[in-house]
Design a protein around this ligand. Structure first.
Ligand code: THG
Length: 262
């Protein structure tokens, strides 16, 4: 699994405060702790409250880069903020994200090439999030065709079926699972498939239980990347165990420890 740490996000009060106070230590601590707990990449999101999103993104990226070389997922819907993040980010990076409309792909795929960046493509277009699985698969097919047209390596494409709060629509999670299963059959080699896991439990009780149960179900359908909280040890244990049960890692009596030491 490719773990993208979700914690550097202005949606969290403490992070929003750190951005306002230019508190480097707080952000760098979050970066290091997530990597220590198994994050392969870090999501960088200024949140919606930032007064100057471009400046905040640049500062966040530079601040995190002082302490780690892992790829950074530049998470913002607006082009100027995205560009500022990509330019500030030395080394590997990910565009998080583009929607799957013709126009958006024609903007973001050239940008991905320019920055040698990975790119998350949301299964959403001008009409919004499709209500059914077929609509999501249709968008994923468009994304893959465009990726070939622009010669983006399949290994740099991450399809996101879009996870919404279960509390708002209880039919959603099942559709996401079926979408993940079908995405895996669209091309060979397969694209990566990623979700924003914590969206699922927003506003719900027993959030961690909901998140980790769904993560194991999604892994069984072929999910291979997730934006999640690596500081949640039970979540990471469940993820590692699901990988082992799917025969993607070797069983040993110390499989949890072995995964963490890899
Ligand atoms: N897909 C992609 N990118 C994404 C998402 C996605 N980026 C953002 C988001 N979704 C994933 N990251 C988070 C981070 C935090 C939360 C949810 C998703 C979260 N935050 C608390 C809440 O809203 O209750 C914040 C409250 C707090 O503790 O202060 O749940 O889907 N490609």
């Amino acid at each position: 699994m490719i773990v993208i740490g979700e914690r550097i996000n202005g949606m969290f009060k403490a992070v929003n405060q750190a951005i306002q106070d230019k508190d480097k230590a707080a952000i760098q601590d979050l970066a290091k702790r997530q990597i220590d707990e198994g994050a392969d990449m870090l999501d960088i999101n200024v949140g919606t409250a930032a007064a100057d999103p471009v400046g905040a993104m640049k500062w966040l990226v530079e601040t995190v880069r002082e302490v780690t070389d892992v790829p950074l997922s530049i998470d913002n819907p607006n082009l100027p903020t995205m560009k500022a993040g990509l330019e500030a980010c030395t080394g590997r990076k990910m565009i998080n994200s583009t929607i799957g409309s013709e126009e958006a792909l024609n903007t973001f795929f050239p940008l991905a090439k320019e920055h040698n960046a990975m790119v998350v493509c949301l299964c959403i277009d001008d009409k919004g999030v499709p209500v059914d699985v077929d609509g999501r698969v249709e968008i994923a097919m468009r994304v893959l065709a465009k990726a070939m047209e622009y010669e983006i390596p399949m290994d740099d494409i991450y399809i996101d079926p879009i996870v919404l709060p279960v509390k708002a629509d209880q039919t959603g999670p099942g559709k996401v699972l079926e979408s993940i299963r079908q995405f895996g059959m669209l091309s060979d080699p397969k694209p990566h498939i990623v979700i924003g896991l914590s969206n699922l439990s927003q506003g719900a009780v027993d959030r961690k239980l909901i998140n980790r149960t769904f993560l194991t179900m999604a892994i069984a359908q072929g999910l291979d990347a997730a934006i999640l909280d690596p500081l949640d040890t039970e979540l990471m244990d469940a993820m590692i165990t699901a990988e082992m049960l799917m025969n993607r890692t070797i069983y040993s009596d110390s499989f949890l420890k072995a995964y963490r030491q890899r």
